[in-house]
Ligand binder design. Structure first.
Ligand SMILES: Nc1ncnc2c1ncn2[C@@H]1O[C@H](COP(=O)(O)OP(=O)(O)OP(=O)(O)O)[C@@H](O)[C@H]1O
Length: 499
């Protein structure tokens, strides 16, 4: 027995009357009203809403699936889960509508449909809310557009500057690779243009309109790599990842995923990558749902992958899977015929970026550059040109300008795994020779905490290593004898600015 209120009212009555009054109120104050059945088909609509929607009359909408008449409608959601949406803003015909949707249930509680109310002309009191919504919508659309632009390739194959026969052949191979939708493996020393070429291949491929997503495997801590690749399901973790997030494979869906420094991938992740390459499906962490993806992989490495396979550090099955279409990028010293074109291009780029006048090279300077082994390849060449330009006001860069920059007497070893000459370290303003750091002369060190001193030493060593490898982190990590992941961590920790 339900409790009664007063003499003539019982609770059921109050609810019924209350509901009727509420519906009347909404019907009266809302311009648009409509109802759907349990299948999401429109069963009723008022004439005002019909005319707002551009229909001749309400009958035109009857019996149609709601989305056919109102594309953004969430009425079906309400019918499916039985939960009301009491206040929502919906864009319709480029206009914001304040809407309310309520499920309709029969006496047994079964959902039989839903009713919706929309306000559009009389929004005066809700104006601040609606303007805020419009602002946020606009900002979101802009950000999405920017992101999409960023994810599109910045370069084409012709951005790879090179006129020597070997470069022309390389670009020819890249163009062919672009037409085939297979995995590509780019092999070459650091700074030789692997990433640039990967962008170019993507841009020349049928996937050009879709995202180009890059990931530097060496820069991601091992523990985060799987999440970075495959994503995280909502609720799998607490904290920032609580809501879940897409992995790079999902983001690159339809486009190209560039796996830089693939040789640095831990064995456990290699097994998972192999599966994705074979099946074209991923399983986000913490979910047991398989998601299909359509991604073309371009992998790159400066390591000898075959050697890594022989050493048991790289899976041979993954190696064969990646090595379908290998492209070898020769080091700069093997294509000196490109130097003039490259210098001209880089000097122009530097001038544009720095706002300084564009420099030229004297014939002697060209000869000096041609005789240098360029272990850091084009990246090192650009740094050398920029440094030389900063040291003189003259429009011409001479051999002397480079003498102070390039260690000609003591060339850096050309192979990856660079041995940095001491002269190199000493030339850097921050460098501290080992002798000084050790203070074998017994001179007292300034007092202070040991950890501060160690941090300072680390900072200086990292700066020196980066400077002597022209900002190449892979080589700098090797010089320092630490993993690349820890170098990246320390760079972030000490806020060291590097290329
Ligand atoms: N042929 C080229 N023409 C123009 N710019 C080039 C060329 N090769 C390399 N570069 C430039 O040199 C820099 C290094 O190139 P990139 O990052 O592609 O090398 P990488 O081989 O991927 O190096 P890493 O192995 O260190 O990642 C970039 O700024 C790139 O634009």
């Amino acid at each position: 027995m339900r409790p009664t209120v007063g003499a003539h009212w019982d609770v059921d009555n109050i609810l019924q009357v209350g509901m009727q009054s509420l519906l009347d109120l909404f019907d009266d104050s809302c311009e648009g009203t409509m109802a759907v059945d349990e299948q999401g088909r429109i069963v009723w609509m008022n004439d005002k809403y019909a005319s707002f929607l551009g229909l001749k009359n309400a009958e035109e909408a009857l019996g149609k699936p709601v989305e056919q008449i109102i594309p953004n409608s969430r009425m079906r959601e309400v019918v499916t889960n039985g939960k009301p949406i009491l206040l929502d803003i919906m864009m319709l015909r480029d206009q914001p509508l304040v809407v309310m949707r309520i499920p309709l249930k029969d006496e047994s509680g079964r959902i039989v449909g839903a009713i919706g109310f929309a306000l559009y002309d009389r929004l005066q009191r809700l104006k601040p809310l609606v303007s805020k919504f419009a602002e946020l919508n606009w900002a979101l659309a802009n950000t999405q557009k920017e992101l999409a632009q960023l994810r599109h390739s910045k370069y084409s194959i012709s951005s790879f500057v090179g006129v020597s026969p070997v470069s022309l052949e390389l670009k020819h191979r890249a163009r062919r690779a672009a037409q085939l939708d297979t995995t590509v493996l780019l092999l070459g020393e650091t700074g030789s243009g692997k990433e640039l070429l990967a962008h170019g291949i993507h841009a020349a491929s049928g996937r050009a309109g879709k995202p180009f997503v890059g990931i530097n495997i060496a820069a991601v801590p091992e523990t985060l790599l799987e999440a970075e690749f495959f994503g995280v399901a909502p609720g799998a973790y607490t904290g920032a990842d609580r809501k879940g997030r897409d992995g790079k494979f999902k983001i690159a869906d339809g486009g190209t995923l560039f796996l830089d420094e693939v040789g640095d991938m831990p064995l456990q992740v290699q097994a998972k990558l192999l599966r994705v390459l074979q099946e074209q499906e991923i399983e986000p962490l913490g979910s047991n749902k398989i998601i299909n993806v359509d991604v073309r992989v371009i992998a790159a490495t400066s390591h000898d992958l075959k050697q890594l396979v022989a050493d048991g550090k790289f899976r041979s099955d993954l190696y064969y899977r990646l090595n379908v279409l290998p492209i070898h990028l020769p080091p700069l010293r093997e294509r000196v015929g490109d130097l003039d074109a490259l210098c001209e291009f880089l000097l122009e780029q530097i001038a544009t970026r720095t706002g300084m006048p564009q420099r030229e090279l004297t014939p002697e300077a060209r000869a000096v550059l041609a005789s240098y082994p360029w272990p850091g390849n084009v990246r090192e060449l650009r740094n050398a040109l920029e440094q030389a330009g900063m040291m003189t006001d003259s429009l011409s860069l001479t051999a002397d300008d480079f003498a102070a920059i390039l260690p000609l007497d003591n060339p850096v070893s050309a192979a990856p795994g660079i041995a940095v000459p001491k002269s190199d370290l000493a030339r850097q303003p921050d460098a501290i020779p080992h002798e000084e750091a050790a203070r074998e002369d017994g001179a007292p060190l300034a007092p202070g905490s040991l950890s501060d001193a160690v941090a300072e030493l680390e900072r200086k060593m990292i700066r020196s290593a980066l400077a002597s490898t022209n900002g190449n982190k892979a080589s700098a990590a090797r010089v320092l004898g630490i993993s690349r992941a820890s170098l990246y961590q320390k760079i972030a920790e000490y806020q060291i600015v590097s290329d």
